[in-house]
Design a protein. Structure first.
Ligand code: NAD
Length: 484
């Protein structure tokens, strides 16, 4: 489209068109207009990026002191915050999320992640081990080498930074492949990398289709590790594909997270928390509390209040600072969500709020109303499959054991919530839930210092916190003969 921004690949601190000359269009989901054209990279571009990333490891980056490296990682965050208004606009432009979320939550969280891991750089240490015999034995914690980050479209910058920051802090180099729908904020990081003086080849950003470029990353013998966030089925294919070169992998996959409301919960705050749990980020959140499990005795009151609240959440222009509910990320995603809504109705669930495509007075955009289904049974498709949109399914339970059994009755295990005033019950349930994160009387709270990742088919490995450092380093044991 004339006037749409044209973006190149970022390799070795240079902006390059794809070797093939191919491009892809990026669509603003709130207006359905093309908002940018980006290069469509393939294997030739990947080879160039791997060469650059390998070169940086053997060059200034590999020789840089850990403290200096940490300083550069922190600077990435500082510069990101200086450019937060502009980067937040890009995030909203290609994703459709409210600018309030981009500007005040997600960009600051990404900047904080750089700050946190920059602080770790010079604290990643080996140990001396009291071995038998007259030997000195010590360990070195070394970088893995060239890492690749394959990133989804729901938190395009934040999820990329969860991978970039620990990778660089530990002395690796990285190639980032953002999702085709949302490449703009990762590309902005390329500009920031140059501005803060990151050496060439340390951070490379390749845009291109997942099936081709993503697959090529998985198979490339010059890549040592893949950090992936995305669909569970893609994660399985990456795990199989990475087997041939035995790459290290970490997978953050899908979820169908339960949010359990016990009869003694503070109803008002539980209604608020359950609403935020499913409708923040339009429900396109891997940890979304998409299955409400509510005690039978309070079910009617709870669902009435929830439906009333959902109906008040009206979709708005994502660029308007007052908007709290934006557009779904793509036509495809909107159609998927509407198909699930139709299946819920067909399988006999009761629609108590939303359920329709909507617009903001322009007749355009991939907007779907916040949707709540009551009378859902555990067998229904909408209570089993990840919808990845603003659709909540409410299921009742009779006692605590049934609540826990239902909560765990899913192949996923990313997150869970429990609402109760009884502290003993709260901790009991937290221990019984098979999930990587459990929130008690709150939902969707994150901090860079605390780990995030899945149980079961929600993946393995942890992002954020000190635990992520283990996924970007390897341990070498060194023996020295001290016998005289
Ligand atoms: P997706 O798996 O389709 O795409 C994710 C990324 O993988 C994109 O960059 C895509 O281009 C790439 N890709 C696609 N096919 C590939 C292949 N064969 N080989 C290599 N790369 C490939 O997922 P999505 O639709 O972008 O994201 C939504 C999913 O992500 C949901 O299931 C959601 O639950 C999950 N998610 C999980 C987390 C988490 O932390 N667990 C966070 C966010 C999203």
């Amino acid at each position: 489209m004339a006037g749409a921004d044209q973006k190149h690949l970022f390799i070795n601190n240079e902006w390059r068109p794809s070797a093939s000359g191919k491009t892809m269009e990026v669509v603003n989901p709130a207006t359905e207009e093309i908002c940018a054209i980006v290069a469509s990279g393939d294997t030739a571009d990947l080879d160039a990026a791997v060469l650059a990333a390998r070169g940086a490891l053997n060059g200034p980056w590999g020789q840089m002191s850990a403290r200096e490296r940490g300083r550069l990682v922190r600077k990435l965050g500082e510069r990101l915050m200086e450019r937060a208004d502009e980067v937040a606009r890009l995030e909203t432009l290609h994703n459709g999320k409210p600018i309030m979320e981009s500007r005040h939550i997600e960009i600051p969280a990404a900047a904080e992640c750089f700050e946190y891991y920059g602080g770790w750089s010079d604290k990643v240490m080996g140990e001396t081990i009291p071995v038998k015999g007259n030997y000195l034995n010590y360990t070195l914690r070394e970088p893995l080498g060239v890492c690749a980050a394959i990133v989804p479209w729901n938190f395009p910058l934040l999820i990329a930074v969860w991978k970039i920051a620990p990778a660089l802090a530990c002395g690796n180099t990285i190639i980032v492949k953002p999702a085709s729908q949302t490449p703009l904020t990762a590309l902005a990081l390329g500009e920031i990398a140059i501005e803060v003086g990151l050496p060439p080849g340390v951070l490379n950003i390749l845009t291109g289709p997942g099936a081709k470029l993503g697959q090529a990353i998985v198979e490339h013998p010059g890549i040592d590790k893949i950090a992936f966030t995305g669909d569970t089925s893609t994660g399985k294919s990456i795990m199989k594909g990475a087997a041939d070169t035995l790459k290290k992998i970490t997978l953050e996959l899908g979820g169908k997270s339960p949010n359990i409301v016990l009869s003694d919960a503070d109803i008002e705050s539980a209604v608020r928390g359950v609403t935020i749990g499913i409708f923040y980020g339009k429900g396109e959140v891997c940890a979304a509390g998409s299955r409400l499990l509510v005690d039978k005795s309070i079910k009617n009151e709870f669902i009435d209040k929830l439906a009333a609240r959902a109906k008040k959440m009206v979709a708005g222009d994502p660029m308007d600072p007052k908007t709290r509910f934006g557009a779904l990320s793509s036509r495809k995603q909107m159609e998927t969500v509407l198909r699930y809504v139709a299946s819920g109705k067909q399988e006999g669930a009761t629609l108590v709020a939303g359920g329709e495509r909507t617009d903001i007075g322009t007749g355009k955009g991939f907007f779907v109303q916040p949707t709540v289904f009551a009378d859902v049974t555990p067998e229904m498709t909408i209570s089993r499959e990840e919808i990845f949109g603003p659709v909540l399914t409410a299921i009742e339970f009779a006692d605590l054991d049934e609540a826990i059994a239902r909560a765990n009755d899913t192949p996923y295990g990313l997150a869970a919530g429990v609402w109760t005033k009884d502290i003993k019950k709260a901790h009991y349930v937290a221990r019984k839930l098979q999930a990587g994160t459990v929130w008690i009387n709150t939902y969707n709270v994150y901090d860079t210092a605390t780990p995030f990742g899945g149980y079961k088919q929600s993946g393995f490995g942890r992002e954020m916190s000190a635990h992520a450092l283990e996924h970007y380093t390897q341990i070498k044991s060194v023996w020295v003969d001290l016998n005289m």
